[in-house]
Design a protein. Structure first.
Lengths: 212, 212
DNA sequence: ATAACTTTTACATGATGATGTAGTGCTTTA
DNA sequence: TAAAGCACTACATCATCATGTAAAAGTTAT
């Protein structure tokens, strides 16, 4: 069973686009069903050409590749998108990944790598160079106790966790087998340490700073 | 300039551990400075053997690999850790990545792949099979409006955002140029839609489901 | 245009939360 | 051992929140 993959490419550099397509033509599994110097009308493009996968440049005149990516994913999440770009800064990588890109390759990648990446993505994998992967991972490696966990005691951490889970003072007290006043005591100290003055604030801070 | 890499391995399967080490011995750049069938005393191990990188199994008798990973990273974030395991479920991958693993490989990876991964990590990259990478990426591809944004109206979204920012009803009312009762009205509806009964709960849900 | 719905406002009330003061008991440290 | 610090408890008070009912005002649809 031969499964061919139909791809389109949006890339404003004519030389790069054409030579990449020319290379990929060599591979019988990869079928180019469209090559465009922009992503202007991306939704029309994908409805018309029905690609399995889109190779998308970021920096293009008119609509940029990340906005195009968002439109595609909103329109049909089943369409895979690999970003193909010269930018490898945190912001672009983060934006692209969060918006649903299945891969992020630099343009200086070899065409062989790009071909292999397309196939990996079609097999349910993600395509990234190791350095990009590292950047991606760093996004959710908790900088948690970056400020030293705010020095919360065990009980305070426990109370905070239960607070984040939406429990009332009364319920927290029950869970911890203490009296409500004890819970108040701990919560006051939590507020002081987190520099907040209400439960919603504390919860937001706890989650965002990954204290819990 | 030859830069040798010193690694240790924690892996309870003797055959696997020994054959992997034997293979890696072939590579003059990779120096095994310790091989252990457990991670029991991991902090002592790393202080004694000073590895650049640790290959860590997850399922081991005594201390599991993820806990060991956490200890290592807390002790010295400069030590790279590659998880080497048979588990590729969401939870383990997520835990490992969040705890600072620089790589996550399956044990059925070829030893050549493992050797290459060690070198990639030492060059500042991350080591993951494409499928693992895909799982990792999915963690922060916003499932945002997975349940249809909970159908919050514009005002409700606005109120929710301000609530998450820690504002009181009074402050929210002022910001939105409405009376406090209006804020109450919206908040009640938000609670109904989110199936919660308090501000902390709403805030937690909003942040976790990326509604804001 | 009228019914149906949404948004805004008002009023009321019981529950919960935020904060302060203070006393007891236990552990740590000088 | 005395001082200091932390955890727990108690009591008090005012503010804020959660919820309900209800009535204008504005919108949408038939």
């Amino acid at each position: 069973m031969v499964s061919n993959t139909c791809y389109i490419i949006c890339e404003d550099n004519n030389d790069y686009r054409e030579s990449l397509v020319a290379f990929l033509e060599e591979d019988p599994e990869l079928i180019c069903c469209g090559a465009f110097p922009h992503a202007q009308d991306i939704l029309n493009i994908v409805t018309t050409h029905q690609p399995d996968i889109v190779l998308m440049d970021i920096d293009m005149p008119g609509k940029n590749g990340i906005d195009a990516l968002k439109e595609i994913k909103q329109f049909n999440p089943a369409i895979e998108v690999i970003m193909l770009t010269i930018f490898e800064d945190r912001e672009n990588v983060f934006e692209a990944i969060c918006s649903g890109a299945s891969g992020y390759l630099l343009k200086n990648s070899s065409p062989e790598t790009i071909a292999a990446s397309i196939k990996e993505v079609m097999k349910g994998g993600a395509a990234m160079t190791p350095v990009i992967a590292r950047k991606a991972l760093q996004f959710f490696q908790k900088p948690s106790k970056k400020e030293g966990t705010f020095q919360l005691t065990i009980q305070e951490q426990q109370v905070l966790k239960l607070l984040v889970d939406g429990l009332s003072y009364k319920m927290i007290a029950a869970k911890m087998n203490v009296v409500m006043d004890t819970v108040r005591y701990h919560i006051k100290k939590i507020y002081d340490k987190l520099h907040v003055h209400s439960a919603p604030e504390a919860v937001a801070k706890a989650i965002r700073d990954r204290l819990i």
